[in-house]
Design a protein around this ligand. Structure first.
Ligand SMILES: *[C@@H]1O[C@H](CO)[C@@H](O)[C@H](O)[C@H]1NC(C)=O
Ligand SMILES: *[C@@H]1O[C@H](CO)[C@@H](O)[C@H](O)[C@H]1NC(C)=O
Ligand SMILES: *[C@@H]1O[C@H](CO)[C@@H](O)[C@H](O)[C@H]1NC(C)=O
Length: 606
C-alpha cells in the first residue's frame, strides 16, 4: 500500500489534542491509535469506477441483446464517474496494524502548523543521516536508534526535545541516536517501509526492530538501556537496595546462591523479554528481606514488587526464562488499570490479549471499582481488567464509542483483543459474582458477541431496506432472498455520490420479491459477516448460500452495471420487464416526482 491520509477532523480527540500545550505527555501507542481509528472512521480506499472491465466484458455475453438503457432513463442525478475523486475527503488509510511503528495517521495538518512553532531544540547529539552515509553509520555502530520524521509532523516536533535529551544521555553508553528526514530521503523511507511519522527503529548490529515505547526521554533511555544492558544487575550493598526500592515503581528481585551461573543466565534472558521492568539479583539475605523475600527461603526465589496495590507477587514456577517472563508479564499490570493515554500502551501491548473493561462514570467509580478489582484476582495472567471512566473527557468518549457503549449506566465489556476484535456485554448489575461468571464464560467462549447497532427501524418498507447490527440476520441472512448490501458511512463522499444510483436501482427492483437492496451505516453498526475496509463496500449475499462469504461487488457503479451483476450472481433468476413504451407516457409524472423527492434528500444529506 502506498501513502494514505486521513483528514484531521475525523481523528478522535485523543489524537488531535496533539497540537495542544500538554503535548509532551500525549503518547499514544499505535495499537490504541489503530484501535480508535478503526472504530469510527474506517478505511477508505477509492475504487475507481470502471476498473473492472473484464467483468463487464464477461457479462456482455448474457446481456448483449438486451437494451438496458431504460434503467438509466429517469434523470440520473449521480455525478459523472470520477467526479468524486475531487472530493476533499478522499481518505486513504491502510488497515495494516500489525507493526509496532508509530504511525501518525493525521498526515499534514496545517492548523497544527499555525498552532505550533518549532521550538529551538539543542539536538547537537542527534546524528543527521542521509542516504549516502546511512549504511556506514549503521555498520560502524553496534547500537543505533533512527527516527524517520517529517518536518511538518507535530508528533515529531513534540518528540524532538525528548529525543535530543535521550541522545545526550545515551552518548556515554555508546548508543547513537540519529534522524532521517523522510520527506527528503524517500528511498530510505521506502526501504524501511515507513508509513507514518515518527517511525523509530533500534538497530543492534545492523538488525532493526521498531521502538514501541513512550515518546519521552526517560522511556527511551530506559528502553535502550534494557536492550543493551546485561539484563540483570547485582545488588550487593544496602545502599544499592534502597536506591532501587526508592527509584523503581516495578522491580524483579531474584534471591540466588550465586551471581553467576545457570540461574543468573535464565534471569538475564527473561529480562531481555521484558521491556519495562528491571531485573536484579542478590545473594545477600538482608537484601532479600528488604524486598520481602524470607531470607531462609529456598533459593532461587523471585519476587515482583510494585508500588501500586497488590505490591508483591511471588514466583513459584520453574526457574527458566520463559516461565519467569510469563510470570512478570502477567503480574506487572495492576489488578485494574485505569485507561489513560499513559496506560494505553501497556494495556494494548500486553501479551495478555483478552480484556474486561468496566465502563462507569466517576460517580460509580467508588462503588464498582472495588468489585471489579476483587473479580480481577481470579483472572490474573488470563484477562486484563481495565476501568474506563466514561466522563473522562480525554479518553472516555472515544473509547466508549469504539466499544459501542453509550449512556451513563455502568457496563462491563469483554474484548477478545485487537486480533479478532469480538466484544461481549455483561447485562445488568455489576457485582463480583456476576463479573466472575461473565469472565469465565468469556474464557470458555460461551458468550454471544455484542454488536454495535443502531435501533432496529420501526418501519422498513422503503425501496432500500435499512440494515442495522441487530436486524442483519433477519434481512441479509434470509436464505430465501438475494441480498445486495451497501455498507456506507454518513460522512463518506463516495457513498453520497452513489446514493441516487443505488436508490434508483432499488426502485427498479422493488417489484422483484426475491431481491433485497439494502444499506447499513458501517460507522454505527457491525456484524461478523461484514468485512468492510472501505466505504462504500458493496456485498452480495446470494439466496441459499448465506453461510459462504459474500461476493464483493466491484466494477462500475451504475444502475446497469449493478443490474448485470445481480442477473449474473442471483441464485433466483429474475427478469425486469422493460416498460412497454419508451416514450414518456402518463406514468412518467410519478417517476419525476419520486426522483425529485430523492434529489431533495440528497441535498439534505450533503
Ligand atoms: C551524513 O551526511 C549529511 C549530509 O552530507 C551530513 O550533514 C551528516 O553530518 C552526515 N552524518 C554523518 C554521521 O556523517
Ligand atoms: C554481577 O556480579 C557477577 C559476579 O561478581 C559479575 O560477574 C557480573 O558481571 C555482575 N553483573 C553486573 C551487571 O555488574
Ligand atoms: C454525578 O452525580 C451528581 C449528583 O448526583 C450529578 O449531578 C451528576 O450529573 C452525576 N454525573 C454523572 C456523569 O452521572
Amino acid at each position: 500500500m502506498g501513502k494514505f491520509f486521513i483528514s484531521p477532523r475525523k481523528l478522535p480527540s485523543i489524537h488531535t489534542h496533539i497540537a495542544m500545550p500538554t503535548r509532551r505527555r500525549l503518547v499514544v501507542s499505535l495499537s490504541l491509535a489503530t484501535l480508535l481509528l478503526l472504530s469510527s472512521f474506517s478505511l477508505i480506499h477509492s475504487k475507481t469506477p470502471s476498473q473492472n472491465n473484464d467483468d463487464n466484458n464477461n457479462n456482455k455475453d448474457d446481456d448483449h441483446d438486451e437494451d438496458l438503457s431504460f434503467l438509466e432513463e429517469p434523470d440520473d442525478i449521480s455525478p459523472p464517474p470520477g467526479s468524486h475523486l475531487n472530493h476533499p475527503d478522499l481518505d486513504h488509510l491502510d488497515d495494516d496494524d500489525d507493526g509496532g511503528d508509530f504511525d501518525d495517521f493525521s498526515g499534514h495538518d496545517p492548523s497544527a502548523d499555525e498552532a505550533y512553532k518549532e521550538p529551538l531544540v539543542d539536538d547537537r547529539d542527534v546524528v543527521v543521516l542521509r542516504e549516502r552515509n546511512f549504511t556506514t553509520v549503521i555498520e560502524n555502530n553496534q547500537f543505533v536508534m533512527v527516527e524517520f520524521y517529517a518536518p511538518w509532523c507535530a508528533h515529531c516536533q513534540a518528540l524532538a526535545p525528548e529525543y535530543a535529551a535521550a541522545a545526550t544521555e545515551l552518548k556515554s553508553d555508546g548508543v547513537v541516536l540519529a534522524k532521517v528526514d523522510a520527506t527528503v530521503e524517500n528511498e530510505l523511507a521506502h526501504e524501511y517501509d515507513v508509513q507514518g511519522f515518527p517511525t523509530v527503529f533500534f538497530f543492534v548490529d545492523g538488525v532493526h526492530k521498531p521502538y514501541t515505547g513512550q515518546r519521552t526521554k526517560d522511556a527511551i533511555v530506559k528502553w535502550i538501556r534494557k536492550k543493551i544492558g546485561p539484563g540483570v544487575y547485582n545488588i550487593t550493598t544496602w545502599d544499592d537496595a534502597e536506591r532501587v526500592l526508592f527509584s523503581e515503581s516495578k522491580v524483579v528481585l531474584a534471591f540466588l546462591d550465586s551471581l553467576v551461573g545457570v540461574e543468573s543466565d535464565e534471569l538475564a534472558a527473561a529480562s531481555k523479554l521484558e521491556d519495562d521492568v528491571n531485573f536484579y539479583q542478590t545473594v545477600v539475605p538482608d537484601t532479600a528481606r528488604l524486598f520481602h523475600i524470607d531470607p531462609k527461603a529456598k533459593r532461587p526465589a523471585l519476587v515482583l514488587l510494585k508500588k501500586e496495590e497488590e505490591k508483591l507477587n511471588y514466583f513459584d514456577g520453574k526457574f527458566v526464562r520463559a516461565e519467569i517472563a510469563e510470570f512478570v508479564s502477567s503480574n506487572k499490570l495492576p489488578l485494574v488499570t485505569t485507561f489513560t493515554r499513559e496506560s494505553a500502551p501497556s494495556i494494548f501491548g500486553s501479551k495478555v490479549k483478552k480484556q474486561l473493561l468496566l465502563f462507569a462514570t466517576s460517580n460509580d467509580t467508588e462503588k464498582l471499582v472495588p468489585e471489579f478489582k476483587e473479580a480481577a484476582k481470579f483472572f490474573k495472567g488470563k484477562v486484563i481488567f481495565v476501568h474506563v471512566e466514561m466522563d473522562n473527557e480525554d479518553v472516555g468518549k472515544p473509547v466508549a464509542d469504539f466499544f459501542g457503549i453509550s449512556g451513563n449506566t455502568p457496563k462491563v465489556v469483554a474484548y477478545s483483543g485487537t486480533d479478532d476484535g469480538r466484544r461481549f456485554l455483561l447485562d445488568g448489575e455489576v457485582t463480583v459474582d456476576k463479573i466472575k461468571a461473565f469472565g469465565n464464560d468469556f474464557l470458555e467462549d460461551k458468550l454471544k458477541p455484542f454488536l454495535k447497532s443502531d435501533p432496529v427501524p420501526e418501519s422498513n418498507d422503503g425501496d432500500v431496506k435499512i440494515v442495522v447490527g441487530n436486524n442483519f440476520d433477519e434481512i441479509v441472512l434470509d436464505e430465501s432472498k438475494d441480498v445486495l448490501l451497501e455498507v456506507y458511512a454518513p460522512w463518506c463522499g463516495h457513498c453520497q455520490a452513489l446514493e441516487p444510483t443505488y436508490n434508483k436501482l432499488a426502485k427498479h427492483l422493488r417489484g422483484i420479491e426475491s431481491i433485497v437492496i439494502a444499506k447499513m451505516d458501517g460507522s454505527t453498526n457491525e456484524h461478523p459477516r461484514v468485512k468492510a475496509d472501505s466505504f462504500p463496500t458493496l456485498l452480495f449475499y446470494p439466496a441459499g448460500k448465506k453461510s459462504s462469504d459474500p461476493i464483493p461487488v466491484e466494477g462500475d457503479r451504475t444502475v446497469v452495471a449493478f443490474y448485470k451483476f445481480l442477473r449474473k450472481h442471483a441464485s433466483i433468476p429474475f427478469q425486469l420487464k422493460k416498460p412497454t413504451s419508451t416514450s414518456k407516457p402518463g406514468s412518467e409524472s410519478s417517476d419525476v416526482k419520486e426522483s425529485q423527492a430523492s434529489s431533495t434528500d440528497v441535498k439534505d444529506e450533503l
